[in-house]
Design a protein around this ligand. Structure first.
Ligand SMILES: [Zn+2]
Length: 385
């Protein structure tokens, strides 16, 4: 079983410079590949493979003047090209959008390091050895297992902090799992993040005051940033010092990162509480998040709830321990059926918070009713096997 560990690293000044350079070269090469491949496709109608581009880059391009590109890990550069190659192939297959150029401010380029030598990526309690970097200090001691077989690692930067993600091959421990309670149905929603059939209710994290306050601050700082960009719009390049703008950009990036971390932490908390009740199974809806996002009045609110991430995380956690996850069919009318007699209440609108059954007279919170339906339905697929 493969497992990834992501944690922050503490780089020295020289290592920081090296990390910035490696990530920068990867981004440059990725963009150069996209540009060259596009050009070739227009001329010859043939896809430029990553291997051919890599050969051309090594033999023709870098010989001329780009020595700075050779100062960083060649494996990382190669990986950047191959991920561009994959982006094109996914586009041709129709499963992804047309690849776009990577921008520096998006901070979405990672440097990739495979394990080549036996001493590469050795992990100790407080440090890890990365090719071309040497020993790098970890911020969290003992998080990455020292005895695991490491396959590769990626280094990334977010809001002026550096992170390492280590992919390990861990043996799946055959823990005997004994459920202590019956299965639970989990209804995900906008008002409450999750309502469970065992009376647990998890509030929407975006309605907590700490998040609302932070969002307000982010809005203010974003305004400040855009004002400074607006003011400096008409100046020539190099005419002014952009230092303050860089500082402001960092403030905005840090707020974004903090919000994202808080939300991610919350879904992990929910998943771990659910798992700790030791249910026989967990039934969740197969939400059509992409479809829901098309509603532009709701898309922001839905995106900030991280439903997709929650499901992925819950499945991963349950796979590890051995809890069955039941993915209930997308079209199953979980909120419109009566959980005690099965009668369908077609007239129920989103505004009705209380579900009332015309047949048996049941009155109950609509989300709780939905979670009971999810628990007892037979229209599901098991995703953890
Ligand atoms: Zn009923």
């Amino acid at each position: 079983m493969k497992k990834a560990y992501k944690t922050e690293v503490l780089l020295t000044a020289a290592q920081q410079q090296k990390a910035n350079q490696t990530i920068g070269v990867c981004r440059y090469v990725y963009n150069l590949y996209l540009e060259t491949a596009q050009k070739q496709y227009k001329e010859t109608k043939k896809h430029l493979s990553g291997f051919d581009f890599s050969k051309w880059l090594n033999n023709v391009h870098t010989k001329q003047n780009d020595q700075w590109m050779k100062d960083v890990s060649s494996k990382a550069v190669k990986q950047a090209i191959m991920s561009g190659d994959r982006a094109f192939k996914n586009f041709f297959k129709g499963i992804a959008k047309f690849p776009r150029f990577k921008k520096r401010k998006n901070e979405d380029v990672k440097a990739y390091f495979p394990k080549n030598n036996a001493t590469d990526l050795t992990v100790e309690r407080h440090r890890i050895k990365i090719p071309t970097f040497g020993w790098v200090r970890l911020k969290e001691f003992g998080y990455i297992p020292t005895d695991a077989t490491i396959i590769n690692c990626t280094l990334s930067k977010k809001a002026d902090r550096y992170f390492i993600s280590v992919l390990c091959d861990v043996e799946k421990s055959e823990k005997a799992y004994e459920s202590e309670s019956e299965g639970i149905g989990v209804d995900l929603g906008m008002k409450e993040f999750a309502v469970c059939s065992n009376q647990l209710i998890f509030e929407n994290v975006n309605k907590q005051e700490r998040i609302i306050k932070l969002e307000k601050r982010l809005k203010r700082q974003q305004r400040k940033l855009s004002r400074s960009i607006e003011q400096n719009k008409n100046r020539q390049r190099g005419e002014f010092c952009a230092k303050n703008r860089q500082k402001q950009l960092l403030v905005v990036q840090q707020l974004h990162a903090r919000l994202a971390n808080m939300r991610k932490e919350y879904i992990r908390f929910v998943a771990s509480v659910l798992v700790k009740t030791k249910p026989a199974f967990i039934a969740i809806e197969d939400l059509n998040v992409t479809g829901m996002m098309k509603n532009r009045h709701l898309s922001r609110a839905i995106a900030s709830q991280n439903f997709k991430q929650f499901r992925e995380f819950l499945i991963a956690k349950c796979l590890e321990i051995g809890i069955e996850i039941r993915l209930v069919d997308r079209w199953f009318p979980s909120s419109k059926c009566c959980s005690s007699c099965g009668e369908k209440n077609v007239g129920l609108s989103l505004a009705d918070r209380i579900f009332t059954c015309g047949n048996c007279g049941l009155e109950m919170d609509r989300d709780f009713n939905a979670s009971l339906n999810l628990k007892y339905t037979k229209a599901y697929t098991v995703v953890t096997e």
